[in-house]
Structure formats: structure tokens, C-alpha cells
Design a protein around this ligand. Sequence first.
Ligand code: BGC
Ligand code: CA
Length: 343
Amino acid sequence: MKGKKICIMAISLCMVLPYLCGCQSGQDKKTTRMHIGVACYNQSDTFISEMVGCFKEELYAGSGDETEVTVTCMDAAGSQRTQNDQVKELISAGCSVLCVNLVDRTDPSEIIDLARDNDVPLIFFNREPVAEDMKQWDKIYYIGADAKQSGIMQGEVAAEAIKADKNLDRNKDGKIQYVVLEGEPGHQDAIIRTENAVNTLQKNGIELEKLGGGIANWNRAQSQNRMIQMIGQYQNQIELVLANNDDMALGAIDAYKKLNYTESAYPVFFGIDGTSVGLEAIKDGSLSGTVYNDKEGQALAMVKLAKALVMKTRLEGLTFEKENCIYLPYSEVTIENVDEYLP
Ligand code: BGC
Ligand code: CA
């Protein structure tokens, strides 16, 4: 139990029509009780904490039906074993549906067995199990987004910026010298984003030269460290930084700040996610582009699906691919349209 970070958020929502004046009376209105268990791979992850925040907000906002909702959120802090134990606890606590953001997306079997043995429907999100595991039971779902699309969009946004500003090719050799900062190895979003961003730049006629890259596990501090090393190695040669998410793009900017580079000597940086810090950086011009990972859309889909599974109603308003997967589209964000995304 030690060291386990448990954040228990119990939300009791009595969602009744105003004229019924609350759920206290209880006799004339039947409330459906719904206990949702949420298991996160790591709540210090910026995108995940924002997405789970949206999920809770959507639940609050879902008034109109007579539902009493309780949410219990658990943080595995990067350990699959911890997460397996947390799922056991959530089931013992009486959860009627589970939303699981796997630590190791290739290792969901224990969780699937637990859910199936107790007949608790299972919604995976953000970290996609492999196709075979998605077929292990008919009450398994996945909600996320298409990694390839985000890579293509990052490449498009970067290509446009490079074409629009000849000075980004600092040494005027007709090529763009770049480095990449990658998410966790094995994550469905890491390699695919990089490959598609690079291919799209090339398809758009941008000649590229890769100087180096590093894995920074989606993490801003790790990205800063790796970037400081690369700046040491390549000095002023780096013209473009492609990061698999906003936090790593911001970590790369932190590195230049830490080394006291003047802004005019910075390369251009591109991220993915559109987290609040990412959007602020687009607004202030330090980040040149990002790709919006629709956390509100994913959260809303998860609320709808969870409710429908508990209440055994029809899965309306949800579009499934590969039978049990929901993918929300990404969109491109630059200084031109960032205001549409800012709260
Ligand atoms: C997001 C990252 C996040 C990761 C966590 C990705 O889809 O873009 O920011 O760290 O998911 O699994
Ligand atoms: Ca160049």
C-alpha cells in the first residue's frame, strides 16, 4: 500500500429536474446509482490530468436524468502491478464500470480477467491495447485518437511555417536540420507521430536533415535534459524541433532558456495536444504549432459510453470503428486560430 498515490474523488450528483426540488424526498423518484472507477497510468501527465478533469466536468454537466454518480480515481504512478491492484480495489468498492488508462498497453490481461469475472464493463482510454486484446471480451471498449492523423497534421503545420519564413533555414543550405523528442517507446502515439510528421514535411517539398533525437517519455523535465545535451552536441545547427507532445516541446524551449540563448537564435518548435500550457505558448509565439488532442470530445464519449453501459441503454450518438473503438479527430492549431481553443 505504501507509496501508492490514491486520489479519491467522490462526486455525488443528484441530477434531477429543478421542480422536483432535489433527491432528498426519494420516495417518488427512483435514482440510478452509478459508481465509475477511473485508473490512470500517471496523474502527473499533463494531458491525462486535463482529460480526467474534463471527464469529471462532463459528468457534473450531465444533468437532466435521475442519476447519482460517484467517481473514484486512482493513480498507478507508472506501475502496471499497482494498477492491477487498484482495479481489484475499484471492483471491490462496487464500481459498475471501469475506465482504464493502462500503464503498459501490451499487458491488459489481468485487468480484462478481473473485469470479465465480475461482469464490469471496461473502457480503455488514451493507451490503446493491441487488437487481439480488444477482442478478449464483448464488454471492452477503447476511446482515443488516430496517431497517424496527429503526425500528418504536425507535419502540415510545420511545412507551412517553414515555407512562409525563409529565415527558418538559418544556415541557408536549402535543408532544415531537425531533432525529434519522442514519447514512451511502445506507446501507440510515439513512433507513428514522428514518422508521419517527417513524411508529411518531405511530401510538402521540405528537404530535411536529421541531426538527432531522444526519448523523453512525454515529460517536460526529461525533454529539457535531453535537449540540453543535443544543443551541446549540435550547437546552433538545430533549426526545427518536432516533439511528440506539447510538454516535450515546452521542455525543449526550457532548455534554450536555461542556456540563456537569445530568442532570435531559437529554432522553431512544434508539439501535439493543445494542453493549456501548450495553447498559451502558441498564443505568446514560443510554440509555432500544435495539434489538438480533443480531450473534451474523448471525455464526453467516455461519459456517454459509461452511462449507456451501466444503464444498459442503446449506444446512441457514438461512432465505433473496428466494432468497439471510438477515435476523436485531431485538429491543427497555430497563432491564427488559437483563440478558438483558448478557454
Ligand atoms: C498525449 C501525451 C500523453 C500520452 C499519455 C498522448 O496521447 O499526446 O501528451 O503524455 O498520451 O499516454
Ligand atoms: Ca538549414
